[in-house]
Design a protein around this ligand. Structure first.
Ligand SMILES: NC(=O)c1ccc[n+]([C@@H]2O[C@H](COP(=O)([O-])OP(=O)(O)OC[C@H]3O[C@@H](n4cnc5c(N)ncnc54)[C@H](OP(=O)(O)O)[C@@H]3O)[C@@H](O)[C@H]2O)c1
Length: 286
């Protein structure tokens, strides 16, 4: 895509969740293009907290556009109302160019998308499949390091998407008006079961890492033992048992449509991540 319709770069772009898996990568891309960035998170300046609406307006003050990632998950009850309120506040304060990160096959996420589309924003939605980076940048990392990943998911194929591809799409959307009004469903180019994904990682790092399918009850019990709050246990259970029940077992063309190129394959992510050594430092998983 050319940047003939690019918006001015004088004011910063707010990245809500700017230290997270996609937000951090979007910030890097905008930085590289000399587009000023404001990180919207509890550790940002000014601090932004989804739980404290008094922090929303200061974060939006003087920005020209925003990338919105809701935390902990856009599929949790109440996320729609919160995202909608934030989008409307942004629009009312002159920040019309908004890009939302959403998830596939989730009733609540699709409800949030609709509310977002009706907020008056010049919107773009990036609706993503499971991130490949969940294997290296969140709770699954500890399991990989411990040598056993146990989840309540059987032989269902998921087209894991690389967070770098999401960031490329989001950075393009934030800097080129031709993406306004587009809903990009972004996935990787290949369906893999969790067992196959684990096998690829194991073979790249030459370690014995097993994948085990467990029941939802065993999964919830394990999470509760780790002292996770009940709402997060419920959310993770719902994500694994409902979103990965086969409804999302298909590829989508969002990366190709937005960027004019194919998405990165899971094996690319695995080689790149294995080279960082993060899956080899077994002491981290203990
Ligand atoms: N992970 C996936 O596979 C996937 C797939 C599709 C869609 N999504 C969607 O992506 C979004 C982000 O999920 P993620 O798991 O990838 O997380 P993430 O972006 O890695 O999340 C962490 C970010 O959220 C910030 N944060 C945490 N609590 C916050 C709060 N109360 N207020 C403001 N910022 C807060 C963190 O910064 P601080 O700690 O500094 O506040 C950090 O920047 C969710 O809406 C999810 O539904 C995820």
């Amino acid at each position: 895509m050319t940047s003939s319709n690019s918006i001015s770069t004088a004011k910063p772009i707010l990245i809500v969740g700017g230290t997270g898996k996609t937000g951090r990568r979007v910030a890097e891309r905008l930085d590289a293009q000399n587009v000023p960035v404001r990180i919207g998170s509890r550790s940002g300046s000014p601090a932004f907290d989804w739980e404290d609406r008094n922090t929303w307006l200061p974060a939006l003050d003087g920005v020209k556009a925003a990338y919105i990632t809701y935390y902990p998950d856009i599929a949790i009850p109440g996320a729609t109302e919160t995202v909608e309120a934030f989008a409307r506040l942004a629009v009312d304060n002159g920040v019309k160019r908004l890009v939302l990160l959403s998830g596939r096959g989730e009733h609540e996420a699709q409800r949030a998308e609709k509310a977002f589309q009706q907020s008056g924003a010049d919107w773009t939605i990036v609706r993503a499949s499971w991130f490949a980076q969940n294997f290296s940048e969140n709770v699954m990392l500890a399991s990989i390091l411990a040598g056993e990943l146990a989840l309540p998911v059987g032989d269902v194929g998921e087209p894991f998407v690389d967070a770098n591809d999401i960031a490329d799409v989001v950075a393009a959307a934030l800097t080129d008006d031709r993406h306004i009004g587009e809903l990009y469903e972004v996935t990787g180019p290949r369906l893999l079961t969790f067992a196959q994904a684990t096998e690829e990682i194991a073979s790249a790092v030459k370690r014995d890492i097993r994948y085990v399918t467990i029941t939802p009850e065993q999964f919830s019990h394990g999470l509760a033992q780790e002292q996770l709050p009940p709402e997060i246990v419920g959310l993770l259970n719902e994500l694994f048992t409902q979103v990965l029940d086969g409804r999302n077992e298909y590829l989508a063309d969002g990366v190709q449509r937005a960027l004019g190129r194919a998405p990165r394959d899971f094996s690319h992510y695995v080689q790149e991540t294995a080279a960082t050594g993060i899956w080899s430092d077994i002491s981290e998983g203990q």
